[in-house]
Design a protein around this ligand. Structure first.
Ligand code: ADP
Ligand code: ZN
Length: 608
């Protein structure tokens, strides 16, 4: 029932290093605890052995004293354990004395009575007490160890590792970056500067300090930054903005300082800061975390302003939320270059698919062009992920090579999730899903701006009970209001069909409703498509800012959004009533064969 949703898996690689170190830290913790337990265990066992062989119960000790068999008693201050040397035995025994004072009295009186017992009193011995000291210290040791670990997790002690990982020169070059020709062309200048800084200095040219890359996650921002380092053959130091945000105040700033210290040693080099919005978001809020961010941000600004002209360090930062950034970052001498990294167009996608399939065994029937056509809006990371999934699917299917079907299956897996054939579904649910999906498909068939249906299925995939896939045959840069309104109708077609046929509605439409609401809200607040409110950006504004545009403007926004949705829902129902025959036909076919492909779908409408 999900229309189209994409997962991005590209962050996974980045986190792997982190995961590794967390794993090591975890192992160390376990090791320390194990060692501590073993040590105390050994001591305790020794104690136990001693007890067994050499202890003398207090009552027995008194008997021995009475029998005049005790030669010597050695006591330790503050301890109830005494050592006893018996006359008839070589070995020393130990005994626990409940009341030491009374015992000393007893021995002294015995001695006066002629039963001579040598009594020595020793100061507290550390050695004797090691086991108990250890035991009492154990919690402290564990606590300290844990603290150290927490600090490590926070990244305090990890620094060396982070940099070691990244300061190695990368082998990535522009050849590895597909598409993005214009963006690469812009970067060539920076590469040249890193290679021959003197040339620019002689000319008196101001050198770029910071480059900000805007773009969705997975569009290749990190990749292009690495490629710059690779092309210029300089070290690449990277860190993620979120790593600067710390539980402990001031740590973020000190990490920035350390990062730049390191860079100065390695210069010429590239510093890459991913997710810079995490530290560089606007300094306006009031929370505590915010002020920590400010310190971090300020430190970053200080460092960038403090670059000497002969220092060849370029800071490349990436974000997918440029509107969040503090304007101070964009001032001259800081990130004064901004480059947008777009999601790849048809040609770009084809290039990316080619690069990422070059190391894979592709069957001859694979048509990368058609895959590129089917994946409008996908990022480079998603495309790379699709090919990897395809390789896994091909292996599972025991194919010799990756076949076209494997790739198509991978596309579906990435967009709607994994097919779950084994999930048992009741007939009632099946009918509901069949009508829901048929509803989407039929409604979109009668909407001129909506893409053609590629496949309808009631086999569950991922969280979706079924899905309707559309053909995306062109890359669009603009979407018209009509198209958006029709999109709303298509989205609500599923719910409308449920209502019409089963006279009941289900939770299955929740994703459709979520997407539809978002589109309707953006139409009103972002794209200025509401007649009565006009082309004003209301997005993310505080209530008082919205009040500026008039009384109760918030209510009006709500009304407009609701009206768009109501209208679309009404339209969807009308379309389905008018074409009830098709709806039934397709739903019944789905119930029979679970899937309807593009050709079969088109055949249902041949009579028109
Ligand atoms: P971002 O930093 O924008 O989130 P990444 O640079 O980390 O994205 O991209 C993740 C992965 O996606 C890359 O390692 C690469 O495998 C693939 N990728 C993304 N864009 C491209 C591209 N233009 N050419 C080739 N591979 C790409
Ligand atoms: Zn749906």
């Amino acid at each position: 029932m999900k229309e189209k949703g994409k997962k991005s898996n590209n962050k996974e690689n980045k986190n792997e290093n982190k995961k590794d170190s967390k794993l090591i830290v975890g192992l160390v913790i376990i090791l320390i605890i194990l060692i501590a337990v073993t040590i105390t265990g050994v001591f305790m066992m020794k104690d136990k052995e001693k007890e067994d062989e050499k202890t003398l119960a207090y009552t027995d000790l008194i008997k021995q004293v009475d029998a005049q068999n005790v030669e010597e008693v050695e006591m330790t201050v503050g301890s109830t354990t005494v050592k006893v040397k018996l006359k008839d035995q070589e070995e020393e025994k130990t005994s626990i004395v409940p009341n030491t004072e009374a015992f000393i009295n007893l021995i002294q009186t015995e001695s006066l009575d002629g039963n001579e017992i040598k009594l020595t009193q020793k100061p507290r011995s550390v050695l004797v007490q090691i086991p108990s000291i250890l035991v009492s210290l154990l919690p402290t040791i564990i606590m300290v160890a844990l603290f150290v670990m927490i600090f490590k997790l926070q990244g305090l002690g990890e620094k060396g590792k982070v940099y070691e990982e990244t300061e190695r020169k990368t082998k990535v070059t522009f050849k590895d970056v597909a598409g993005l020709e214009e963006e690469k062309a812009e970067m060539i200048e920076i590469v040249d500067f890193l290679k021959k800084p003197e040339k620019y200095a002689k000319m008196g040219a101001k050198i770029p300090r910071g480059v900000l890359l805007y773009g969705k996650p997975g569009t290749g921002k990190t990749l292009i930054a690495k490629a710059i380092a690779g092309e210029a053959n300089v070290p690449f130091i990277s860190m993620s903005g979120s790593e600067f945000i710390e539980m402990f105040a001031g740590l973020g700033a000190s990490r920035v300082r350390k990062l730049f210290e390191k860079a100065r040693k390695l210069a010429p080099c590239i510093i890459f800061i991913d997710e810079i919005d995490a530290i560089g978001s606007r300094r306006n809020s009031n929370g505590g975390a915010e002020s920590e961010n400010n310190q971090t941000l300020n430190q970053l600004l200080v460092e960038m302003d403090g670059f000497e002209s002969e220092e060849t360090i370029i800071v490349i930062a990436a974000t997918n939320r440029p509107e969040m950034l503090d304007k101070a970052l964009l001032r001259p001498g800081r990130f004064d270059r901004q480059i947008t990294i777009p999601t790849p167009d048809l040609r770009g996608r084809l290039e990316i698919l080619k690069i990422h399939s070059s190391d894979k065994r592709l069957s001859e029937d694979v048509n990368l062009e058609s895959i590129a056509e089917d994946t409008a809006g996908f990022t480079g990371a998603e495309l790379a992920n699709i090919l990897n999934e395809a390789a896994i699917i091909a292996t599972k299917n025991e194919h010799e090579e990756i076949e076209n079907d494997d790739i198509e299956e991978a596309v579906k897996k990435v967009t709607v999730g994994l097919e779950k054939k084994e999930r048992v579904i009741s007939d009632k649910d099946k009918k509901l899903t069949a009508y829901h999906e048929a509803g989407h498909a039929v409604v979109s068939r009668y909407l001129p701006t909506q893409a053609n249906v590629k496949e309808v299925s009631i086999i569950p995939r991922g969280v979706a009970g079924g899905y309707t896939m559309y053909k995306t045959d062109e890359d669009k840069y603009y979407i018209s209001k009509t198209e958006m309104k029709e999109k709303l109708i298509a989205l609500l077609g599923g719910r409308a069909a449920e209502k019409l046929v089963l006279d009941d509605i289900s939770t299955g439409a929740s994703n459709d409703i979520e997407v539809a609401t978002k589109i309707a809200r953006e139409m009103v607040t972002k794209y200025g498509m509401s007649e009565s409110l006009g082309p004003i950006d209301f997005q993310g504004k505080e209530p008082y800012e919205i009040q500026m545009f008039g009384e109760n403007i918030g209510d009006k926004i709500g009304q407009e959004v609701k009206q768009l949705i109501d209208e679309a829902y009404e339209n969807a129902q009308q379309l389905l009533i008018a074409h009830r025959d098709k709806l039934d036909l397709i739903a019944q076919t789905l119930l029979r064969q679970e899937k309807v492909n593009e050709k079969e779908f088109a055949r249902f409408f041949e009579d028109e």
